[in-house]
Design a protein around this ligand. Structure first.
Ligand SMILES: Cc1cc2nc3c(=O)[nH]c(=O)nc-3n(C[C@H](O)[C@H](O)[C@H](O)COP(=O)(O)OP(=O)(O)OC[C@H]3O[C@@H](n4cnc5c(N)ncnc54)[C@H](O)[C@@H]3O)c2cc1C
Length: 476
């Protein structure tokens, strides 16, 4: 990579081979750049990790992709996975609340209903009655940003937040609804809150727009073999397009070259690049940017992360009698240990078909700031999972295999003001040509959002290096 190069190719180093870094590399190669991806760990994929339990293929990290935005499904198609895209086999799920599994209400936006009736069965009578006040209350100002929990509780009452918004948001961010930014995490609701006095009225309008747009097809999509196979396929495509991926190569320093471009330090070696895409979690990005962009680094260092663990359990199917549906979420207010369970064999037809004698499911534990539970050893996490599963579903069989996957600092938190923080990061970086950041810390933690941020980063640096400049470097 160092030394001269011929032609007008832009030489780009991508730091991090999670889905964001790989998507950026893929995009840049498509634009004719020469790309090297440097990954600290021994594998690509980051939070996407395919694995195995009792011979069954499963995801040990992220397991589903939002299909209502195009990026993830489109990338899967581009890298040859069209035939392996699979919608969930069931769209029904439950809430384990007030001592029973209750059908997950439909007709809400991140837990906020268009009408009180939509939450019947989940909320107490008082909780349902409180929703009606939304239509009469004076306007609740949201300013530049507001916590989802505070705003929704002010309009519709705390019960909507505690029993529905919190577990739904927690499922995505592993965070606290009373801290999470409405602007960053649920922009649709933020927009509705700005334009409507009544939040339920705003939600009904969102629903009407969705109906007019005739959004059809599954909301989520999986991949046969696991969504963990997506980064593997993207990596293969990156290599097929001439890109290089080096694993086991942590980047330790980024330095601007006096004559333009960047010096990328990895242990003993150094690479030269016209541009760098930093696609690593915020704490790692902060370390890399400290020397050249201390302002951005300080902002990034302030982004907090939540840790969690996934406990995957495989049972003999003959001994397992689970309720129907894809699993359940657990509101923290109910005081249970697990925060969710996914019945993988129900949710994904391919797992069911490949393993007719097994029932595979998983639970998750750990929310932002909850450290005690993750201090338990693997056996302890399996034990609390089995305890809660028995209480929720009656499942009392002994699993034939268990697997605990810990995700230390797995999910960035988006508290109130996150949007402004990200804008400040970008303002600091605007002074540095040939440098862009992307990934879960910025504009959304979901797979499609990470891919979108990667494309933005790739487009930003690609557009930045004019052809004549690249030609000059090429002839040096
Ligand atoms: C348990 C869990 C379940 C999830 N489930 C879902 C889900 O079902 N659906 C969904 O859409 N999203 C889900 N998410 C969120 C989503 O998976 C992540 O936000 C997303 O995959 C992050 O991708 P990324 O590329 O930004 O970062 P990462 O996946 O964190 O990748 C960053 C990469 O950078 C590498 N790196 C770090 N430092 C350096 C360095 N100095 N030099 C070189 N490399 C470095 C890391 O090793 C890593 O491979 C889940 C997240 C977790 C933790």
């Amino acid at each position: 990579m160092s030394g001269s190069h011929t032609g007008a190719e832009q030489r780009v180093v991508v730091v991090g081979a999670g889905i964001a870094g790989l998507a950026a590399a893929h995009r840049l190669l498509g634009r004719g750049a020469r790309v090297t991806v440097l990954e600290a760990s021994e594998r690509v994929g980051g939070k996407l990790l395919p694995g195995e339990i009792a011979g069954a293929r499963v995801d040990l990290g992220a397991e589903s992709m939002l299909a209502r935005r195009p990026e993830a499904v489109a990338l899967a198609r581009e890298v040859g996975l069209t035939d392996r895209l699979r919608p969930p086999a069931t769209a029904t799920a439950s809430l384990w609340t007030r001592d029973a599994l209750r059908p997950m209400p439909k007709g809400h936006v991140m837990g906020v209903p268009g009408t009180a009736a939509a939450l019947a069965g989940v909320l107490s009578d008082e909780g349902l009655a409180r929703i009606g006040q939304d239509a009469e209350l004076p306007r609740t100002e949201v300013g530049d940003d507001v916590a989802v929990g505070a705003y929704v509780a002010a309009r519709l009452g705390r019960e909507v937040v505690d029993r529905l918004v919190e577990p739904l948001l927690g499922g995505v961010y592993a965070g606290d609804a009373y801290r999470i930014s409405m602007r960053s995490a649920v922009p649709q609701l933020f927009q509705a809150a700005r334009t409507h006095t009544s939040l339920t009225e705003g939600v009904r309008e969102i629903q009407a727009r969705a109906a007019t747009a005739q959004q059809t097809g599954p909301v989520f999509m999986g991949i046969e073999g696991g969504v963990g196979t997506l980064p593997l396929a993207v990596a293969e495509s990156v290599r097929a397009r001439g890109g290089e991926i080096r694993t086991g190569t942590p980047v330790t320093e980024l330095r601007r070259e006096p004559a333009g471009g960047w010096r990328v330090v990895t242990g003993e070696r150094e690479l030269r690049a016209d541009a760098v895409v930093v696609a690593v979690p915020a704490p790692a990005a902060a370390r890399l940017l400290r020397a050249e962009a201390p302002g951005a680094a300080a902002e990034l260092a302030g982004i907090e992360y939540a840790s969690m663990a996934l406990i995957t359990l495989a049972y003999r199917r003959a001994e397992t009698d689970l309720p129907a549906g894809s699993g359940f979420l657990v509101p923290p207010v109910d005081g249970r240990t697990i925060k969710a369970s996914t019945f993988a064999s129900h949710k994904w037809g391919w797992i069911d078909e490949e393993n007719p004698d097994l029932t595979v499911l998983r639970t998750s534990v750990g929310r932002h700031g909850e450290t005690e539970i993750l201090g338990r050893d693997d056996a302890g996490l399996v034990e609390v999972s089995r305890h809660d599963l028995k209480a929720a579903t009656g499942l009392d069989a002994t699993p034939v295999a268990t697997r605990v996957t810990r995700w230390q600092d797995g999910l960035p938190q988006y508290p109130v003001g996150h949007h402004a923080r990200v804008s400040r990061v970008r303002e600091h970086l605007a002074a540095l040509p040939g440098l862009a950041v992307c990934g879960a810390a910025y504009d959304g933690v979901g797979i499609p959002a990470c891919i979108a941020s990667a494309y933005d980063a790739a487009d930003q640096i690609h557009g930045e290096v004019p052809h004549d400049v690249r030609d000059v470097t090429a002839t040096r």
